[in-house]
Design a binder for this molecule. Structure first.
Ligand code: F6R
Length: 364
């Protein structure tokens, strides 16, 4: 079943161009360059507030989506991990959309949060990979990802497929809210259509990333930095690394470095910087230089322009294709997945079945 791959996780990482394309094909009409969402029996244009709830990697997909809902549709978004959301007595006003994101559709805390929102008058939307799951059955709006079964415990292809669905949903909501012109919709769809090819381009750096695994494998701690939509990607990168290689890793918003974590920096702490060129690039690079000035060993993940501008003095660089900011989070997921994968392989851990973890967390 693994075919030519050594692990399910590796296979699933490499399936991403195909399954993202498969997922997108249900949410866009490529010829018309429009988004196409399933029929809804409620008025999406009346939604004035979104509450996103999820766990782990699915939560990070939600954090990226918060940027999209707010920038495109100008709808305020509240987001929380399910285990916190459940117990904090959240304020849920009528007219709100509660959005749950889950690969399995069975995560106990997320499911309990869904039921709480339902009982409190929220419209329930679910982005889920298992169409027969409990969450899928209880949704008012079911938005399936078509990633296919995900076997590796560390989530990879489900994440990029979640992002694809969430981008389409954000564009659709923006249209309904009158915040997006037809031309802008066409442009968004064109960028989404480019995602599978960009994912392939990112995957073509697999060998380079494998070759640098030995730089990270001996570390005790690794930091990941990003800004804007790349901040959740930094946390996702850290989560992947800790799950499968057992190296302690943290993702931080780049601008938070000087508020504490920079005290950790010395030559033994690799720092992975996620910085596509664009409006936030200079700011992140200045945080990166602060790290370098303290002896930090930086791996810069950027595009050719970003690496040309800021690659000097880095321990290593990983070149991503130059893509529109909308699809950057999908593309930058690949190098952080591959880095975690190759570091785990270098360390000889059980990549597909990491210790202490279960694929579906059905207990609280
Ligand atoms: C990370 C990972 C977990 C899950 C989390 C939520 O690689 O696999 O953090 O993302 O347990 O699971 P779902 O998406 O099934 O609700």
């Amino acid at each position: 079943e693994k075919g030519n791959y050594r692990h399910f996780m590796q296979k699933e990482i490499f399936e991403q161009p195909t399954v993202v394309a498969q997922t997108l094909s249900s949410y866009i009409r490529p010829l018309e360059q429009t988004v196409a969402l399933p029929q809804m029996d409620f008025d999406l244009s009346a939604i004035d507030r979104i509450t996103i709830v999820a766990c782990g990697t699915s939560f990070y997909a939600g954090m990226v989506a918060k940027y999209w809902f707010e920038t495109f549709a100008r709808v305020p978004v509240d987001i929380d991990v399910a285990s916190e959301f459940r117990y904090r007595d959240p304020v849920l006003q009528p007219g709100g959309l509660a959005l749950f994101i889950s690969q399995s559709g069975e995560t106990a805390d997320t499911l309990a949060a869904l039921r709480h929102c339902k009982a409190n008058g929220q419209t329930i939307a679910v982005v889920v990979n298992v169409p027969t799951s409990s969450m899928a059955r209880e949704a008012d709006l079911l938005l399936p990802t078509h990633a296919g079964p995900e076997i590796g415990v560390a989530s990879t292809k489900a994440f990029t497929c979640q992002l694809a669905v969430l981008a389409a949903l954000a564009a659709h909501l923006a249209l309904k809210k009158g915040k997006l012109s037809a031309d802008e919709e066409h442009e968004i769809v064109r960028h989404l259509i480019e995602a599978p090819a960009a994912l392939n381009a990112a995957l073509s750096h697999d060998d380079d990333i494998a070759a640098m695994a030995h730089l990270i494998a001996p570390a005790r701690d690794v930091l990941y930095l990003g800004r804007g939509p790349d901040y959740p990607l930094a946390m996702e990168g850290a989560l992947k690394l800790k799950e499968i290689s057992y190296i302690h890793a943290e993702g931080y918003a780049s601008g938070e470095m000087k508020h504490g974590p920079i005290a950790l920096i010395d030559e033994s702490v690799p720092v992975i910087v996620l910085a596509p060129s664009g409006p936030l690039f200079e700011k992140t690079v200045s945080n990166m230089h602060e790290v370098m000035a303290r002896g930090g060993k930086v791996v810069l993940i950027s595009d050719a322009d970003g690496i040309a501008e800021a690659g000097d003095g880095c321990m290593a660089t990983i070149e991503m294709p130059k893509v529109h900011p909308l699809i950057a989070p999908l593309v930058y997921a690949v190098p952080v997945q591959l880095l975690a994968y190759h570091v785990a392989v270098a360390k000889g851990t059980d990549v597909d079945q990491p210790r202490n973890l279960a694929k579906s967390v059905t207990v609280e």
